[in-house]
Design a protein around this ligand. Structure first.
Ligand SMILES: Nc1ncnc2c1ncn2[C@@H]1O[C@H](COP(=O)(O)OP(=O)(O)OP(=O)(O)O)[C@@H](O)[C@H]1O
Ligand SMILES: [Mg+2]
Length: 120
């Protein structure tokens, strides 16, 4: 069984449409999108200064999750960075996970076939 990888992209909400079409153009099919709140290294503040260090401000973001096996992970990373990088703090983060298994509930099909083969 070839490897399945989950890629989780947390980024600015206004980039969702552009990100979806870029991922679609490299063959990414299934995805889950959620509205989330988060903060990164600046703890949600544009500028970190004394006195603000311990307060955390949660900023609305979107999280797009996709599990891939045929589409190269490096390609997902590079296409996403190309679309999402504005060079300003808050562009987001991407986390990559190895997936142990998957099942298409309707057919009971498991493994990579569950995410790549619409006849299985
Ligand atoms: N270590 C983390 N763990 C989980 N989620 C994170 C982490 N870092 C960032 N995130 C999520 O990513 C969103 C965007 O983070 P952000 O772009 O501010 O990251 P950063 O590391 O501070 O980079 P930058 O310096 O470019 O702002 C956060 O709002 C949060 O939802
Ligand atoms: Mg940040």
């Amino acid at each position: 069984m070839s490897k399945m990888t989950k890629i989780e992209i947390i980024t600015r909400a206004n980039k969702l449409e552009e990100l979806k079409s870029a991922l679609n153009s490299i063959g990414v099919e299934g995805m889950t999108v959620s509205q989330v709140y988060g903060c990164g290294l600046q703890k949600g503040h544009k500028e970190v200064y004394r006195g603000r260090e311990y307060s955390i401000n949660l900023v609305p973001k979107i999280k797009l999750e996709t599990v891939v096996c045929d589409v190269p992970v490096d390609q997902v990373l590079s296409v996403s960075q190309k679309v999402l990088c504005t060079d300003q703090v808050g562009d987001g983060k991407i986390f990559v996970y190895t997936i142990d298994n998957a099942m298409r509930i309707r057919t009971g099909t498991q493994g990579t076939k569950a995410i790549t083969d619409d006849e299985a």
